[in-house]
Design a protein around this ligand. Structure first.
Ligand SMILES: NC(=O)c1ccc[n+]([C@@H]2O[C@H](COP(=O)([O-])OP(=O)(O)OC[C@H]3O[C@@H](n4cnc5c(N)ncnc54)[C@H](OP(=O)(O)O)[C@@H]3O)[C@@H](O)[C@H]2O)c1
Length: 261
């Protein structure tokens, strides 16, 4: 492994690549699936809402609609079988599916916390359990996990969402260490604020808010460059990375100054 080469193999041409986008019915996942279809990839689109997946796929002939709930491992297995049966394999899996529930300690709700972890963390583990054996046996493949800059450090109003994304960051790092020598690429995707149904509930001004189309462009560019961590928009995520390095005293002080919380 070189200190200067890209951490994952760069992508030169998307044409013919078989990609499974999980969480493709809206927001970042939908825009990414559409962009990859436009670039000539074959894309399997999954999420719970079939009608939304069909609308996202439009008339693209390379699209495959496979609705399921990521918390149900049996339905993930069934969709994977269908992809392998129809395409003969799957080169890349992007796990974008996620939910956000605003929560602070004084409103702690165990059921809501469990539901969030079920989708954001358990859902990812369900997908990994289904795709890893085949990729490892083949010695090829690529896995992208969509976490968030909210996983860098504890933030206000993200009592459970933050830890779910912190877990994905750690998981992606460990996966990279284990899978790189086996020929499997791992990408960690950390968006800042993107204007999607997920952030529509936010009652605060979101700095450097991006459109889903711009987020998809940045995500796909990062995959093409073979980056391990793909974070965007840089003018916001670089600040979050700087905050990550600060001692706690400074970090808590600045968060209080910026948010009043
Ligand atoms: N928007 C942001 O500012 C932002 C910032 C950082 C990270 N992120 C992350 O980016 C990812 C995409 O978020 P987004 O903003 O694009 O939100 P979104 O528009 O709400 O999209 C979420 C996607 O996940 C799917 N999904 C949710 N629960 C699911 C389940 N149980 N099973 C299968 N699919 C499920 C949704 O489809 P169905 O409802 O049809 O199932 C939808 O396709 C999430 O992981 C989010 O945490 C977003």
């Amino acid at each position: 492994m070189s200190l200067f080469a890209s951490l994952n193999p760069p992508v030169i041409d998307w044409r013919g690549e078989r990609i499974w986008v999980i969480g493709a019915s809206s927001g970042i996942g939908a825009a990414t699936a559409q962009l990859l279809l436009e670039r000539g990839a074959r894309v399997a689109l999954s999420a719970r809402k079939r009608d939304r997946l069909e609308a996202v796929a439009g008339t693209h002939t390379g699209a495959l609609i496979l609705p399921f709930d990521v918390t149900d491992v049996r339905s993930v297995e069934a969709a994977h079988k269908e992809i392998i049966g129809l395409w003969g394999g799957c080169d890349r899996v992007l796990i974008v599916a996620g939910q956000y529930t605003e929560m602070r300690a004084d409103g702690f709700a165990l059921e809501a916390a469990r539901a969030l972890l079920d989708t954001n963390l358990q859902g990812v583990l369900n997908v990994l359990s289904v795709i890893l054996p085949g990729m490892i046996a083949r010695g090829s493949g690529a896995i992208g996990l969509v976490a968030s800059v909210a996983g860098y450090r504890g933030l206000p109003q993200a009592l459970i969402y933050g830890p779910s994304k912190a877990a994905l960051i750690n998981l992606a790092e460990s996966l990279f260490i284990d899978l790189r020598p086996r020929g499997i690429a791992v990408n960690l995707i950390c968006p800042g604020f993107v204007d999607t149904p997920l952030t529509a509930q936010n009652g605060f001004p979101m700095p450097a808010l991006m459109t889903p189309a711009a987020a998809a462009q940045a995500l796909v560019r990062g995959l093409e460059r073979g980056q391990f961590e793909i974070h965007f928009p840089k003018r916001f995520t670089r600040v979050m990375k700087l905050l990550r390095l600060l001692p706690y005293r400074w970090y808590f002080y600045l968060i209080h100054r910026f948010t009043g919380l």
